[in-house]
Design a binder for this molecule. Sequence first.
Ligand code: NAP
Length: 470
Amino acid sequence: MSGIMAAIKLREAGFHDFTIYEKADRLGGTWRENTYPGIACDVPSHLYSYSFAPNPEWSHRFSPGSEIQAYFEAVARRHGVDGRIQYRKEVTRCAFEDGRWKVEMADGTSDVGDFVIAATGVLHHPATPDIEGLDDFEGACFHSARWDHAVPLAGRRLGVIGTGSSAIQIVSALVEQVAELTLFQRTAQWIAPVENPAYSEAEKAEFRRRPEAMAQIRAQVSRAFIEGFANALADVQSPQLEAIHAACETNLETSVKDPELREKLRPNYRAACKRLIMSADFYEAIQRPNARLVTEAIARVEESGVRTRDGRLHELDVLVLATGFCVDRFVRPMQVTGRDGTRLDDIWKEGPFAYMAISVPDFPNFFMLNGPNGPVGNFSLIDVAELQFAYILQLVEQVRSGACREVSASRMAMESFEAERREAARTTIWSSGCTSWYLDAQGVPMAWPWTFDRFREEMSKPRLADFEAR
Ligand code: NAP
């Protein structure tokens, strides 16, 4: 998503000598990798689109993953950047040598460039849970982000571990197909009720005729999202977060009939502390006669199923690990070496960081899109990447104009940004008393802790005094 956008924007800015390296044989990132049944985006379609490429053909208010994948492929083709992608080129090493970046690929080839833009995504390394006996299971077992479509599901006993966004979508999509569905819940989740109506043919025709109608929807949804959610995350006391919590509570109360099941599904923390889950049909799915919610902790996996700590064996044919991702990888496992041999892996030993989520001291002319501690849980990552790219371009212009040859955040700016960010992160909703993938090893949220309006303001113009230009 962000690499395609960067290529389009580079061309617009008059850069023609660039290459996109892609490890896979297809573009699409998240939307290529995640093909599990029910996959959809929980950001409304007209907001989860590039600002410069509205799409009148979105079928629903929230798009299914396959439509999003097709959209990125179509945009890349239409803007003529698909030909700039070199596929099956996994970058294994980037090193800043003699004022330029040497980029090495797994196939032994290499390239040299003046700048590197890492558009390498956030959640792309599946986390396999450390559960005893996982390899002993005799049925099919795979991670939600590595769905094995060859495995038949109809009439079989399906187990799903995890209750994050992926699991909730999988359960809702599959409960009717399988004979039995067992959901292993370690932590209950708040579910925000959202409807997902289809766009009518008349609406789509109107969007084709009047693209400004899509721009209007985008602007409205964007404002509502920022004011009703993204800005509020920074303030635990905000009335918006209270309203979200109340809506989730009402959803639980009114949707789940059996009081015992309702209590099992009731989280003991504030809504939006963990990533808020949007679903119109999860509660309905988990109440179906063939669905079972298991809240007993998992003891181990055995040949025929999952044994919980109460000694019970839950027999299964297929086990899905919807257990999330290794969230601190970013550009890694690529070996990135900056000035004087400084290795990113070494300086990120305690956890990844970047000034404004974009630049790292001593890594000149190296910029990240959706890098560490950005607004990853706050807003549409497409908008985030577009704003970040506009910022990066202004830094690149410093070099292009001859003002300097190398630019990266100064160590002092990095330190004060990170200190301020960590302090602010303590009063966000993510710090309000739950565990989640937003928290680092010290329990500090790894995210942009201020309002989204502040992010937009910061991205409009780099504070050049915070950069070291040589
Ligand atoms: P996730 O939110 O990290 O959820 C992982 C789930 O697995 C959690 O319920 C976790 O329980 C559970 N888990 C992990 N290890 C376990 C273990 N050893 N035993 C039992 N349970 C275990 O992962 P995800 O659902 O793939 O979602 C990741 C992120 O991707 C989301 O937060 C969201 O940002 C994005 N996403 C978005 C969409 C969308 O737009 N609709 C869809 C999918 C994903 P605990 O809560 O107890 O840790």
